[in-house]
Design a protein around this ligand. Structure first.
Ligand code: PGA
Length: 244
């Protein structure tokens, strides 16, 4: 399976023109990257999905969230089927920033994953916690085990990607902007693969063009979920290169 590098643009950029421009630059850069080793996914805000879709060819389209419901009286929600119709192939589920906003507890995450899989979207389940680095590895493993067991309850035999993102390692928001060490990420990735057999594990949290190679060198880390650096095409392309 190819490595997977996922751009999570979060609530950026401000305009449609910028979204088009960033996506086009990434797409251009992909021409000179060994794409047989790495798949690139761009997850823009929902409103930019059609424009980004039109600007990419080798990169795949992803969404940052999906509704747990499939239709009806749910103001502001976007369903997996609607995403599918727009050409979306991947969907980020249970990002720590969404868990914190509510409506994405483990039961909701589980429903979101099932809805996504039913539409043949590949869910990228985010796990990890803690705004401080001080949590013990045993504590981290316990929480992650729970998030995975509950998030993937009743899900068997379908492709699921799991992104390990310690909250403290995220570059903005509650994070410190300091990435985890590749060794720590590798230890947790190995643990995740034991619980969720056959899953592909990504590391996320302050990954940039310089530190990406350290994560790419780890045996159980098969890609990255990238926030801030994914909005800077050259930086993001360097990350993709590191995983190619
Ligand atoms: P970051 O964000 O790369 O800006 O730390 C990662 C994420 O939250 O997905």
């Amino acid at each position: 399976m190819r490595n997977l590098v996922v751009a999570n643009w979060k609530l950026n950029p401000e305009t449609l023109e910028d979204a088009r421009r960033i996506a086009s630059k990434i797409e251009q850069g992909l021409l000179s990257i060994n794409r047989s080793e790495v798949e690139t996914v761009i997850c823009p805000p929902f409103i930019f999905l059609p424009a980004v879709s039109a600007a990419i060819h080798f990169a795949k389209l992803g969404a940052q969230n999906v509704s747990r419901y499939d239709k009806g009286a749910f103001t502001g929600e976007i369903s997996a089927r609607q995403l599918k119709h727009l050409g979306v192939e991947y969907v980020i589920v249970g990002h720590s920033e969404r868990r914190r906003m509510g409506g994405a507890d483990d039961a909701a995450v589980n429903q979101k994953i099932k809805r996504s899989l039913a539409e043949h979207l590949v869910p990228i389940l985010c796990v990890g916690f803690g705004t401080q680095k001080s949590h013990s590895t045993a504590q981290i493993k316990n929480i992650i085990r729970n998030q995975i067991k509950k998030g993937l309850k009743g899900v068997r035999g379908l492709r699921v990607v799991i992104a390990y993102e310690p909250v403290w390692a995220i570059s903005r928001g509650l994070g410190t902007g300091k990435a985890a060490t590749p060794q720590h990420a590798e230890e947790i990735a190995q643990f995740i693969k034991k619980i969720a057999k056959g899953s592909q594990v990504l590391y996320g949290g302050s990954v940039d063009g310089k530190n990406a190679a350290g994560f790419a060198a780890q045996k159980n880390i098969a890609g990255s979920l990238v926030g801030a650096a994914s909005l800077v095409p050259n930086e993001f392309l360097n990350i993709i290169k590191a995983f190619s």
